[in-house]
Design a protein around this ligand. Structure first.
Ligand SMILES: Nc1ncnc2c1ncn2[C@@H]1O[C@H](COP(=O)(O)OP(=O)(O)OP(=O)(O)O)[C@@H](O)[C@H]1O
Ligand SMILES: Nc1nc2c(ncn2[C@@H]2O[C@H](CO)[C@@H](O)[C@H]2O)c(=O)[nH]1
Length: 432
């Protein structure tokens, strides 16, 4: 487990404790710190298209659209003929998140989902496996006869991305393939709302079982919302799922508006905190918001400039560490916001996965907290049951930095972690 993020002052973080056993790639619940993700396994087929191309196939821009197999094939073949496909890349919003977690933390995660039992060279499954970190344990995947999902990722000249999803067998994950002991030992369980639109498919029951397992074993449940129209179309079910199971909710501002009715991210977060414990709202060029609870006893005042927007002095206690609401004697809502790191990259070719990247940073910090607690149970950092190792403000910095890296690397999956030492980060940024 690496230390989460970069900062000037480090607490003692036991990264070099000798491991009691030989290293193993499989996750061992009693020995390892890891997170578990459940996803529809999808390969992203990345192509450059014009706005006219989207209009021709009647595809709403900026969203993830489920389409029938024949239509997906027609689109795919036109892209091949136009020579517009640049890459095949492993995708799936949670697949990306746990891959990025493993790269950042340099530690293990477990992927639950399906995989083609026979993988042919060049097949979607082949591309998926090739582009996934070896620290992602894929031993619990369910083998299927057909293909994994295909997500045609169309990038328009403005850098916006639009998906056409051809599901193939991606929704066939059965509850029998949810390993309860693996979930029970995890530092967090992460899932997206996408399976909720796979009406009548086995993955819905599998997801419910995994959620119930996580809840029964007090494993924090993290959910990302996926895409705006998924939220609009399944709002009641999503709200119920969040209310029943979810501790950390991640969404962009459009999804937040569809869920809560508030366009303003702070008001959306305030509303969402009535049904969950922590909320990450990414807002593109406006940066991101992280909001949650802390206990009155442990609130810490920020030394950053105090900001007011739709809520007055909203970031006043952003130096506090997040807690589950039920663990607070006197819960206090805390809000933090950060502008894009260094104002964002000079040129953004593609924003795909920037939000997932921010979430993987939050997961890293949560897992680091579990790890630290396991190794240093008597540390003052664990006097109260905190949800993360760092403060809201520090979590924002880290999440923001990782989003920037995704934008710079121009792919939803990090090919390398953050630099060990960054002059610009230490001097020009963290100290600001
Ligand atoms: N145009 C931009 N300029 C500067 N930073 C940006 C820009 N777009 C995104 N970012 C950075 O990336 C983060 C996440 O972006 P965004 O809100 O677009 O995520 P998203 O829509 O959830 O993405 P995805 O669903 O593809 O993962 C932002 O909080 C910000 O830090
Ligand atoms: N699980 C899942 N991921 C999706 C879907 N649509 C788009 N994505 C992924 O979202 C990622 C970007 O956030 C891409 O890598 C896509 O593969 C979907 O319907 N289900």
């Amino acid at each position: 487990m690496k230390f989460p993020g970069l900062r000037k002052i480090k607490h003692y973080f036991p990264v070099s404790q000798p491991k009691p056993q030989l290293p193993s790639l499989d996750v061992r619940p009693a020995l390892d710190t890891y997170i578990v993700g459940l996803d529809q396994t999808i390969v992203d087929v990345v192509a450059s298209v014009s706005d006219e191309f989207l209009a021709k196939y009647d595809i709403p821009k900026g969203l993830s659209n489920l389409v029938e197999h024949d239509k997906a094939n027609r689109i795919y073949h036109e892209l091949v003929v136009n020579n517009a496909i640049s890459d095949h890349f492993a995708g799936g919003t949670i697949g990306n998140t746990i891959h990025n977690y493993s790269v950042l933390a340099d530690d293990k995660s477990v992927l639950l989902g399906v995989m083609s039992a026979n993988i042919a060279l060049g097949s979607p499954a082949y591309h998926y496996v090739c582009h996934t970190s070896s620290k992602v344990d894929m031993n619990h995947l369910q083998g299927v006869a057909g293909d994994i999902g295909r997500g045609i990722t169309m990038i328009t000249p403005d850098g916006e991305r639009t998906f056409v999803i051809d599901p193939s067998d991606m929704d066939q994950l059965a509850p029998d393939y949810i390993p309860t002991p693996i979930i029970a030992g995890a530092a967090a369980f992460v899932v997206s709302a996408y399976p909720l639109r796979a009406t009548g498919q086995p993955i819905q029951q599998a997801m419910l079982k995994a959620l119930a397992d996580a809840k029964a074993h007090q494993v924090p449940v993290v959910m990302s919302l996926g895409t705006r129209h998924l939220v609009e179309e399944n709002r009641a079910q999503i709200l119920q799922t969040i209310h029943d199971y979810v501790n950390v909710l991640a969404m962009n501002e459009q999804e937040a508006e569809a869920l809560t009715g508030f366009r303003d991210p702070l008001l959306a977060a305030e509303a969402a905190l009535e049904i969950t414990d922590m909320v990450l709202i990414t807002a593109g060029a406006e940066g991101l918001y992280l909001c949650g609870y802390t206990d009155e006893r442990t609130k810490r005042e920020s030394s950053n400039p105090i900001k007011s927007a739709s809520l007055a002095d909203f970031n006043r206690f952003e130096f506090s560490r997040p807690m589950l609401r039920r663990h607070c004697q006197q819960p206090l809502k805390v809000y933090s916001h950060i502008d894009p790191y260094l104002g964002g990259p000079e040129r953004i070719k593609n924003t795909n996965g920037a939000g997932d990247g921010a979430l993987s940073a939050i997961l890293h910090d949560m897992a680091a907290n579990s790890y630290h607690k396991q190794v240093q149970p008597l540390s003052s950092k664990h006097e109260l049951p905190y949800l993360a190792y760092s403060s809201f403000a520090q979590l924002c910095k880290y999440a923001n930095r990782v989003s920037y890296e995704i934008l710079v690397q121009n792919a939803p999956r990090l090919s390398k972690g953050l630099p060990e030492r960054e002059d610009s980060l230490e001097e020009a940024y963290w100290e600001r």
